[in-house]
Design a protein around this ligand. Structure first.
Ligand code: GUN
Ligand code: ZN
Length: 484
């Protein structure tokens, strides 16, 4: 039975976060801009209909944007008459224009310690990760990492990210400031943890509540920023803190709820011992009102069938993070169990930096394919792209604004280059149709395949403009960067 405090499912449009109230300084979108080239769109969910039926591909498309939104999209020949006099579309022949990628789970504060070796998850988290997050008490450091995180998102074609900050409210301020300067759509929150972490990284139920509330008032709905109430995971919060998290989320409609669930098998008995009155890991969140549309739970590798049913019933989304699950040896996420049902779960892809080892959603698709393959459910290119775009938008309750190239949607998109590297180029040249090309991009692509990233209709990253002009024939260049 649904606990009375559990959020009942609401139509996504009602739960969609508030529209931006202000336009950020310095980022007035061009009145009208347009791009021309092959366009990738979805007319349906490929997990329901199959890849061919779901895909709506325009081999020579036109996308017209006004004031940051898409106003028209379709075939170039039929739409070009709608371009205002003097507006010349930027032409990307032989590329592929897709909705910008949506990263539904990452930790910006772990950017600096990505690919840190530890033999056990407990050592990785308890030693290396907490040591790095401690550095975010220093706001200038937080600003530098936040700026490089935002740049890395853009280099990888990611236009929306849901991310953890550290326990320090200033670490969330730093990210919202840097995201605002780039007009990126970021959902973030200061992490809540009041036990099972080093003392100097703990807040309390009361302080976490007050600091989160102040951040919500400062940032939620300002420009493109959204707030996510962010208890780290059940073991690092007391019942009082989870109660406070539930209150915060309830009191601020439109905010998201972001946490981890059932990542490693040994978390499950630990959670049972910490919350003996609850039926299991997910029931802890259900009990404190932390399930429902707008809740994004990372991993869910070890969910039980009943727990998956409860996610489906409540509209709770999962962020599938294959790179992280392989890096930490967490286990294999069962995508088929989430999708092959009459009431499919909302699933997005997450990089989970720094347990995940790449900012690239293309690389994450590659790892998702391999994990799915090991569970007997191979993931094709169409479904992989759907997970990384529209699936992520649905997981975050933003499907009416982002995640596909539709009139009225925010004009966030990525221009992919199937000739970015010799290997990709050779493989793409023999692609048998667009489905095959998508699979090749998903399996062979990475940041080098991102030719350009547009945010709210503006060019925010151009691989050739932003320093990659000197790429050698392998698409490599000198990317040395100073320590932050
Ligand atoms: N579980 C609790 N905290 C974390 C974290 O920072 N990363 C991952 N992968 N799992 C977690
Ligand atoms: Zn995580």
């Amino acid at each position: 039975m649904t606990h009375p405090r559990e959020r009942s499912p609401e139509p996504p449009s009602e739960r969609s976060p508030e529209p931006p109230s202000e336009r950020p300084r310095g980022h007035r979108p061009h009145a009208v801009s347009a791009v021309r080239g092959p366009l990738l769109r979805f007319r349906d969910d490929p997990f329901r209909t199959g890849p061919e039926e779901a895909l709506a591909y325009e081999s020579d498309g036109l996308l017209i944007c006004e004031d940051g939104r898409i106003t028209a999209v379709g075939d170039h020949t039929s739409l070009r008459g709608r371009l205002p006099a003097g507006t010349e579309p930027v032409h990307y022949p032989d590329h592929l224009i897709s909705a910008g990628f949506v990263d539904t789970h990452t930790h910006y504060v772990q950017s600096g310690m990505v690919a840190t070796f530890a033999s056990e998850m407990s050592d990785w988290l308890g030693h290396h990760t907490f040591a790095e997050e401690r550095r975010f008490g220093d706001t200038p450091y937080a600003r530098r990492v936040a700026a490089s995180f935002c740049e890395e998102l853009l280099r990888n074609g990611t236009t929306t990210a849901l991310t953890f900050a550290a326990v320090f409210p200033g670490s969330a301020d730093a990210l919202f400031e840097e995201a605002s300067a780039r007009n990126l759509r970021i959902a973030a929150g200061k992490v809540l943890m009041d036990r099972n972490a080093p003392d100097d990284l703990l807040d309390t139920a009361q302080r976490g509540y007050e600091e989160s509330k102040a951040l919500i008032e400062r940032w939620h709905g300002k420009g493109r920023n959204l707030y996510a109430v962010t208890p780290r995971f059940a073991p690092s919060s007391t019942p009082e803190q989870l109660e406070a998290a539930g209150a915060l989320w309830r009191e601020h409609p439109g905010t998201l709820l972001h946490t981890h669930v059932s990542e490693q098998a040994d978390e499950i008995p630990w959670v049972r011992s910490l919350f003996p009155g609850r039926r299991g890991y997910l029931d802890v969140y259900g009990h404190y009102g932390l399930l429902g549309p707008g809740a994004v739970l990372a991993h869910g590798v070890h969910l039980t069938p009943d727990e998956r049913d409860r996610c489906a019933r409540t509209g709770t989304a999962l962020a599938h993070c294959p790179s992280s699950n392989l890096f930490l040896g967490s286990g294999l996420f069962r995508l088929a169990d989430a999708k092959e049902r009459t009431d499919p779960l909302k699933v997005g892809l997450g990089t989970d930096i720094g347990a995940g080892t790449s900012f690239s959603l293309l690389r994450t698709m590659n790892e998702a394919h391999k994990v799915a393959r090991l569970t007997g459910y191979p993931l094709d290119g169409v479904r992989a792209f759907h997970l990384a775009t529209r699936g992520g938008a649905q997981a975050m309750g933003l499907q009416d604004r982002i995640g596909s190239l539709e009139p009225g949607h925010e004009a966030d998109f990525v221009v992919l280059d199937p000739k970015a590297t010799p290997l990709l180029s050779r493989r793409a040249s023999r692609a048998q149709g667009v489905e095959d090309l998508l699979f090749a991009l998903a399996l062979l692509g990475d940041d080098r395949a991102v030719r350009a990233t547009y945010v709210a209709g503006r060019l925010a990253h151009d691989r050739y403009r932003d320093g990659d002009r000197d790429c050698d024939r392998s698409g490599n260049r000198d990317t040395s960067a100073p320590a932050l």
